[in-house]
Design a protein around this ligand. Sequence first.
Ligand SMILES: Cc1cc2nc3c(=O)[nH]c(=O)nc-3n(C[C@H](O)[C@H](O)[C@H](O)COP(=O)(O)OP(=O)(O)OC[C@H]3O[C@@H](n4cnc5c(N)ncnc54)[C@H](O)[C@@H]3O)c2cc1C
Length: 443
Amino acid sequence: MVTTTFASGGDSKKKKKMLASLGRRWTRLSTRNLKPTWKLLNGRGVSGGAVTIAKERVDAVVIGAGVVGLAVARELSLRGREVLILDAASSFGTVTSSRNSEVIHAGIYYPPNSLKAKFCVRGRELLYRYCSEHGIAHRKIGKLVVATGSSEIPKLDLLMHLGTLNGVSDLRMLEGFEAMRMEPELRCVKALLSPESGIVDTHSFMLSLVGQAENSHATFSYNTVVLSGRVEEEKMHLFVAETGSFESRCEGVVAELELIPNLVVNSAGLGAQALAKRFHGLGHRFIPSSHYARGCYFTLSGAKSPPFDKLVYPIPEEGGLGVHVTVDLNGLVKFGPDVEWIECRDDTSSFLNKFDYGVNPQRAEKFYPEIRKYYPDLKDGSLEPGYSGIRPKLSGPKQHPVDFIIQGEETHGVPGLVNLFGIESPGLTSSLAIAEHIANKFL
Ligand SMILES: Cc1cc2nc3c(=O)[nH]c(=O)nc-3n(C[C@H](O)[C@H](O)[C@H](O)COP(=O)(O)OP(=O)(O)OC[C@H]3O[C@@H](n4cnc5c(N)ncnc54)[C@H](O)[C@@H]3O)c2cc1C
């Protein structure tokens, strides 16, 4: 367990460096006529008394600059809030947001009225509009979910039913020959065509969100880890430090700054629960248990052109959507992700994001037979290890899938705190809708 102690003096070099860097940002922003509360940190709150770390009141803090945190930060800042985004990494979107399939999902798979269904459908509409308006590379290439044996046809019918209930228009059930006419390399007995599905350049999308947030005076502080929090006089107090000092000292790490925001959005992805457990004053019964499922991708080598124009998905499996094929906007074909449950991760590991993202080449042996069910001409030796991502799940193996959790004061009783838990797929598609929901509900 990581413990947090607070600095006992005002002369630590690191503290000064961090405060100076934050101070510079506030100074820079204050020249744009922001309110005085954003002004210089240096020289304030660093003293030799009992409470010795710098304190700063801020308006809204978003913890985590993944695609969801960025969308939230942009939305809040567009609505006139002064937003500070903190991320432990050295840049935005370095964790799950850059380790996914980059698919804009239509909204087929999720139980009706679930947050996943609502946010996916709404988020997809918002995302396509955003991409068109801001010149973000994307293509609505459509998707085929395929049944490769007659036993899978009822599952395909169920998906069609779910999708229709969720408001996904244009879904069409195709006979095998119709689907195979569209995609000559495909083998299937029936397929569900989802014309609304597509792909997006996630990095450009996130970069654009950063730009929009910054243009609305949001401030980004990278290499800044939120260590813990404390509820005091009806407000969350956050304790932060430089990531470097946290990584080197871990146990007994020293907080270098205390932030007192009006609104805190915990969008820390894989680390959201581990962080919430360090919020003293937040009941642990409100923090769901974490489960992690790694998904590996293999890329296709040696093919002159992509074998498919559309996304091709098998029937979903437990914990994931099945080893599907996607093409990115550069024409790179990738297969995945599979599902590998990661056992016994303790809080420290998830807090530090110390997961193994390596792709074991031997996993390809399992990929070949899975893929050949719908793509029989896949050549031996054509799969090369790609990358992996880890799903921040709220249910474990053999358990029912659990919806996204977005909880505010009405649930946990802590004023100004919003926790986002279990934002796995379709989190990228849903990001703008989650942001809209948070702004509508919690501002
Ligand atoms: C294999 C895989 C495939 C997927 N495919 C798709 C898909 O095709 N379509 C789709 O819609 N969705 C997909 N998803 C889901 C999507 O990628 C995620 O829902 C989304 O990226 C989550 O974004 P986030 O901002 O919540 O989390 P993250 O991107 O993980 O960001 C969290 C951030 O919080 C920071 N952080 C953590 N703890 C702290 C702390 N204490 N202090 C400061 N900063 C902290 C981290 O550094 C990180 O930058 C997929 C997910 C996986 C794993």
